[in-house]
Write a protein that binds this ligand. Structure first.
Ligand SMILES: NC(=O)c1ccc[n+]([C@@H]2O[C@H](COP(=O)([O-])OP(=O)(O)OC[C@H]3O[C@@H](n4cnc5c(N)ncnc54)[C@H](OP(=O)(O)O)[C@@H]3O)[C@@H](O)[C@H]2O)c1
Length: 326
């Protein structure tokens, strides 16, 4: 297993981060334990969960498993989405952050988490309040670092600047969606992360399973079961890209379920990729991506199977002016 430094934190995390969203739902407790045991055995030291996953059951499963492995594990959870009913039980208000986080700690059976992610931007909460709440937890030793997920580039930058203004802990990493099907992050977020030296831990690297090619083979999975994901990947362009990608992978003699995460992992801005599965068999296949090192040419060939997201401004690149002699 390779380990990389996460942003400027000094933390060394495995290049694979174990995603746990299926634990307690598609993956039974027994299967989740098998996946965690295997991940630990092969050197994965980075586990990702969230307050809302399966209404808290996922955190409980991890809490029961972790035991004396806790010191070796970089444990991350998130706050924003609700796991219980209540008008003030969602979002980034101080109240929700403090109450939800205490619940997460209890379920995870630990005194602290390494990273607490703000799971989503909250348009009703001034980011100062959210950061103040997390910094209180940092001062209490219950959180070591802040992460942010699903923020746009300006929201990430604002969060960093507000943290600096108050001499608070600056976020060390981001968790964006990124795959051959969803490349928006390449436009602003990945260059921003590289400039600010933020760790990057992408999720949905398989396009929720689509890029494995299983739906082309008539198999079933999350995209048959979950309306939100059907909507996210429902545009016919994703099917077209998947068909081209699966054909390319077959010609190279490599499983698309291995090549898809390998492509995300190859981006120089990416630190550790999130891999999640409903059973150990799926997970064992995914982690084979560790053995794949794409050349620049291969990365470009695979990228060309998809679309290039438009640049952040409509102005032509400077090279054009240089070629014209300004
Ligand atoms: N920050 C956020 O907002 C956010 C959002 C989502 C996820 N996450 C994190 O990222 C982790 C991974 O994300 P994800 O699960 O959404 O994305 P993903 O990696 O794109 O999809 C994983 C799904 O693909 C299918 N799959 C996996 N391995 C397979 C194989 N070998 N063959 C065929 N199908 C396979 C499984 O679903 P089926 O068997 O049902 O097809 C599995 O649950 C989560 O566990 C969670 O920790 C974070």
């Amino acid at each position: 297993m390779e380990y990389k430094v996460l942003g400027k934190s000094g933390l060394r995390v495995s290049e694979i981060c174990l995603g746990t969203m299926t634990f307690g739902n598609e993956a039974s407790v027994e299967e989740a334990v098998k996946i965690m045991d295997y991940a630990y055995e092969i050197g994965i030291n980075f586990i990702d969960t969230a307050h809302n996953y399966n209404k808290g059951v996922t955190e409980e499963i991890i809490g029961k498993w972790i035991g004396n492995r806790r010191k070796e594990i970089i444990l991350a959870t998130k706050v924003f989405f609700p796991s219980v009913q209540g008008v003030n039980r969602e979002g980034l208000s101080k109240k929700n952050i403090l109450i939800s986080f205490e619940e997460s700690l209890g379920r995870l059976n630990t005194d602290y988490v390494d990273i607490l992610y703000l799971h989503h931007w909250d348009e009703n909460t001034e980011i100062e309040y959210a950061l103040e709440a997390v910094n209180t937890l940092i001062l209490q030793g219950k959180v070591l670092y802040i992460g942010i997920s699903n923020f746009s580039a300006w929201q990430i930058m604002k969060t960093i600047e507000v943290s600096k203004k108050h001499n608070w802990s600056v976020p060390i990493c981001i968790q964006p969606m990124y795959s051959l099907l969803k490349r928006q992050v390449e436009v602003e977020i990945l260059p921003l992360a590289q400039t600010e030296k933020l760790g990057v831990v992408p999720y949905n690297v398989l396009g929720a399973g689509m890029l494995t090619g299983k739906y082309l083979r008539g198999e079933s999975g999350r995209l048959n079961e979950n309306v939100m994901y059907q909507k996210r990947y429902g545009n016919p362009i994703y099917l077209e890209i998947t068909q081209k990608f699966v054909k390319y992978a077959r010609e190279k003699g490599i499983s698309p379920a291995v090549l898809a995460p390998a492509w995300v992992k190859s981006h120089p801005g990416v630190t550790s990729i999130l891999l999640g599965a409903r059973n150990l068999m799926q997970f064992k296949e995914l982690v084979k991506c560790m053995e794949v090192r794409l050349t620049k040419e291969e990365w470009e060939e695979i990228s060309a199977l998809s679309y290039q997201p438009p640049s952040p401004t409509d102005r032509e690149p400077l090279e054009i002016y240089r070629l014209r002699g300004w």
